[in-house]
Write a protein that binds this ligand. Structure first.
Ligand SMILES: Cc1ncc(COP(=O)(O)O)c(C=O)c1O
Length: 427
């Protein structure tokens, strides 16, 4: 019987009432190999999760990087319980809004004023609206992933349902390729409101790329927005802008800022943020107090304890050990690891076999070995040295198997499930 029998049965049930059986595309069956993966998680504790069948995993997905301290963090839970007793959503703002705003203004270099949202997409869409209001322009240059809203997703292959006229306003440039951004300004002179980018995802900035993007955006009268939904409170206390020393006009954070509670933030220069008094950025749950309390507790912990350093140090070990192992097993042509230590990703390449063999086999092997993954190392403060060592033992087993199967030429034998399929990719 399948190790994932209950998950598979439950997926069948969920699919009857929920398209794809999931609220989040990247947690859905589209991202998981059927027959070799669970589809539902029942509970989490620290760095561990249990699926519906009771299988235990060290989790290196961490709620898509939202669980930054670990599941069931006692300090966050205490703050949440206290707030829950006072109330969740009120008829006027709760004072904790201003307390959290002040904490963020203290910690993040670009933040002079802030507004809160629920998802990262709220924050990025709010920032784009500010930039458009400020410049009186419509076009936007983007680099990375910025959420589900029309203005951004229209520029990707997942653009079904987005009007063409909206798609035409968003232009993508390549990371570490200033010429690709220059080309957008040349093609749309005086029309670009904003340059929005992840300050880093899979590649480190080269040759002062971030400084050059900032100068180019400003030379052309565009607002520079850093999408720090992932990098915020992860690369450094003040995000990637602090780490790389390049301060944008506006920034967006979300994901790990409340250890899994739904909250995001758009922040930046006062003159720009003041436009929020007139543009419409308003929703019923904007000041929902439990998530505000969770955020304040999480950010305070990140500020006071060595969260950033521990996560980065563990990530550095993973990165350097994986590099060594790939060399040892002569797999550098097939698999690589890239990114910032606290958020690295595997890159599977077409070499000997299609990259989809490697990806599918990786997912199957990891899940079987008790490692919850989507192909990246999303580290939380709860991961211990021992967890990292366990992970590396599993990676070693996977690399060893790959090398053996490549030598024997019997890769297909290991896979008794259909190959995973190419998905929309923006990084
Ligand atoms: C860099 C970045 N920006 C924006 C978003 C959108 O955030 P959300 O999914 O919370 O709307 C994401 C989500 O993955 C992200 O990684």
């Amino acid at each position: 019987m399948s190790r994932y029998k209950k998950s598979e049965d439950y997926l069948e049930r969920a699919l009857k009432t929920i398209p794809l059986g999931s609220q989040t595309f990247s947690k859905s069956m589209t991202h998981l190999p059927y027959g070799a993966s669970p589809f539902f998680i029942q509970k989490g504790e620290g760095a561990y999760v249990w699926d519906l069948d009771g299988n235990k995993y060290i989790d290196f997905v961490c709620g898509l990087l939202s669980v930054s301290l670990g599941y069931n963090d006692p300090d966050v839970n205490t703050a949440v319980e206290k707030q829950l007793k006072q109330g969740v959503s009120f008829s006027l703002p709760h004072p904790i809004e201003a307390e959290l705003a002040e904490k963020i203004v203290d910690m993040v270099p670009c933040a002079e004023m802030v507004r809160f949202g629920k998802n990262g997409s709220d924050a990025t869409s709010g920032a784009i609206r500010i930039a458009r209001a400020y410049t009186g322009r419509d076009h936007v240059a983007t680099c990375g992933y910025h959420g589900w809203q029309d203005w951004y997703i229209g520029s990707t292959t997942r653009n079904l349902g987005v009007p063409k006229c909206v798609q035409d306003l968003t232009h993508t440039f390549k990371y570490n390729d200033l010429a690709s951004l220059e080309a957008i300004f040349d093609k749309h002179p005086g029309q670009v409101a904003a340059v929005i980018m992840e300050p880093m995802n899979v590649e480190f900035p080269k040759d002062g790329f971030l400084e050059k993007v900032k100068a180019l955006a400003h030379k052309n009268g565009a607002v520079l927005i850093f999408d720090e939904v992932i990098t915020g409170f992860r690369f450094a206390k003040g995000g990637a802008q602090e780490y790389f020393g390049v301060i944008p006009d506006l920034a967006c954070m979300g994901k790990g800022m409340a250890n899994g509670f739904p909250i995001s933030v758009v922040m930046g220069r006062k003159d720009l943020m003041k436009l929020m008094e007139d543009i419409f950025f308003s929703f019923t749950f904007g000041g929902e107090a439990v998530s505000l309390a969770a955020a304040l507790a999480t950010i305070t912990k990140i500020d006071q304890l060595p969260v950033i350093d521990k996560v980065r140090a563990n990530g550095e070990i993973i990165y350097s050990e994986v590099k060594k192992k790939l060399k040892k097993y002569k797999l550098q042509d097939c698999i690589d690891i890239c990114g910032f230590p606290s958020w690295t990703s595997f890159k599977f390449k077409d070499s000997f076999y299609s990259k989809w063999y490697y990806k599918t086999m990786f997912m199957k092997f990891m899940m079987e070995s008790g490692v919850m993954t989507v192909g990246s190392n999303n580290i939380s403060y709860a991961h211990s040295q021992e967890d990292i060592e366990k992970l590396l033992v599993v990676y070693d087993g996977f690399f060893s198997l790959c090398s053996e199967l490549i030598q024997k030429g019997t890769f297909e034998d290991y896979l008794d499930i259909p190959l995973m399929k190419p998905l929309f990719s923006v990084r």
